[in-house]
Design a protein around this ligand. Structure first.
Ligand code: M1P
Length: 256
């Protein structure tokens, strides 16, 4: 039995969605068709997003004029679920800096900044390390890159493996830190304590005992940031190519 919170939904099912490339194109705004499809689904079941990004970016991507993103979703999980909301209200959570500690964090961030300073790539912008509640996000080009610069970097990175090389160096330098390095987007990678992947969101929904929990994501392969929650026995995983594909799966399998 789900709680009275969701008594108005005929199906006791939860649908969770990754954000980038599942509900919207990376760092872009979700289409009106996507918003409409999610509203239809929400009449039947409970819905939530589970993004790797912070809540500010997710809000930019999913919020439509005149609405609040946390009113449009029953659950909202940012930074893999370290920032969690149920029916618009925050749920308690841990922080990255508490886990790592200031003493160990300093050498880590210093190493990253030195490494990036010495890295020879065609262009660099700003914000190479973004400090978030549940993780740090590291970008060799810098988070201020434009959409075009992002796309160019992603292609170059595929060829040269800049991100993979930096991750390898970090694993060698800090083997005992208990950290996971996860490439979830186009220009960066996330660093968070082992186990703080998107399955954290599942802990926040346990009390509702949903009959089924569906998860939709694009990076569902091993090493991708949707892999753990996609392959978790508590979820029914759907691997999608992009937002258009998400809409097709929802309409053909759940909304007909
Ligand atoms: O949601 C996926 C990823 O989106 C962004 O990645 P990038 O800027 O590299 O495209 C980041 O917010 C990252 O934290 C997140 O995992």
């Amino acid at each position: 039995m789900v709680s009275s919170a969701f008594a108005d939904r005929p199906q006791k099912k939860l649908f969770l969605f990754d954000v980038d490339n599942t509900l919207s194109l990376p760092r872009q705004i979700a289409s009106p068709e996507m918003i409409q499809t999610l509203r239809e689904l929400r009449k039947k079941a409970v819905i939530g997003f589970v993004g790797g990004s912070d809540l500010v970016k997710i809000t930019e991507q999913l919020q439509t004029p005149g609405t609040k993103v946390l009113d449009e979703f029953d659950y909202g999980f940012a930074e893999n679920g370290l920032i969690a909301f149920k029916q618009g209200k925050p749920l308690p959570s841990e922080s990255f800096i508490n886990f790592v500690g200031e003493e160990k964090y300093k050498p880590l961030v210093n190493f990253i900044l030195h490494y990036i300073a010495d890295l020879d790539i065609p262009i660099k912008r700003g914000t190479f390390v973004e400090f978030r509640r549940g993780m740090i996000n590291v970008s060799p080009i810098g988070r201020n890159a434009t959409i075009q610069e992002r796309q160019d970097f992603e292609q170059l990175d595929l060829k040269h493996g800049y991100r993979k090389a930096l991750i390898k160096a970090l694993k060698e330098k800090f083997p005992d830190y208990g950290l996971t390095y996860s490439i979830g987007g186009q220009i960066s990678f996330d660093v968070f304590p082992n186990g703080w992947n998107k399955t954290i969101a599942l802990k926040h929904v346990e009390d509702e005992s949903f009959e089924e929990i569906h998860f939709f994501g694009d990076k569902t392969y091993e090493g991708g940031n949707d892999y753990e929650i996609f392959s978790d026995p508590r979820t029914i995983g759907h691997s999608v190519r992009d937002p258009t594909d998400t809409i097709v799966v929802l309409k053909t399998q759940f909304l007909n």
